[in-house]
Design a protein around this ligand. Sequence first.
Ligand code: ADP
Ligand code: ADP
Length: 228
Amino acid sequence: MLSIRHLGKTYANGVRALDDVSLDIPRGMFGLLGPNGAGKSSLMRTLATLQEADRGSATLETAGGKSIDVLRETGLLRRQLGYLPQDFGVYPKVSARDLLNHFAVLKGITTRGQRREVVDALLQQVNLWDVRKRKLGTFSGGMRQRFGIAQALLGDPRLVIVDEPTAGLDPEERNRFLNLLAEIGENVAVILSTHIVEDVTDLCSSMAIMNKGQVLLTGKPADAIAAL
Ligand code: ADP
Ligand code: ADP
């Protein structure tokens, strides 16, 4: 579904964060496992076009069978990609529903009626309906991450990328969050970046291991972990 070819990124300080990264990401849950500094966030930010790659390409197949260059495409087609950054911040004094509505405007969902429908359905999907009117500053870490998934799902993306989403969650919230991701992974491609082996073995149907900007190996979690 997503085909990444020869991505390279060297920062201004000389750190080569992505060193010829090529990956084929299928539908379902894909785990991107690697220690801190491996280049996972650099890859996520590049795919989300928050930073530019020095070289390489990333091509997403749309439902209609077209190919989108996700590194260069802007506008409406960007809605095919959802992103939950590692340092996802929320406005603490705004309610969950109001902020999600605001994100929906930014995503280009312009009609008020359509927005209400989409926003309310997402709040229910991530199990925040009962707290939709509460200010985000009162949310626990797990609730915030589930809110983050709701904003990533706005616009019905084909590909959702989540960067270290379970960091700082207690075991119960972690399980809850991962179960939600697994549900989402039944319909779209999800790339889960993590340094926690269990996040991948519990959940992902395929995976890659990164270190020092390079892909070390790819495959099914059981085979890949055994090969380490
Ligand atoms: P560009 O992508 O245009 O090359 P950079 O992201 O390299 O720009 O520039 C921002 C600067 O921020 C870097 O030169 C670096 O000093 C600093 N920086 C930001 N995040 C990090 C990080 N995680 N590790 C080291 N330096 C960082
Ligand atoms: P991970 O997400 O796997 O922890 P990162 O992509 O954050 O890895 O970092 C990869 C390498 O690039 C690290 O050595 C990090 O310090 C460096 N790095 C990340 N962002 C920047 C930046 N903006 N400027 C300079 N160096 C950076």
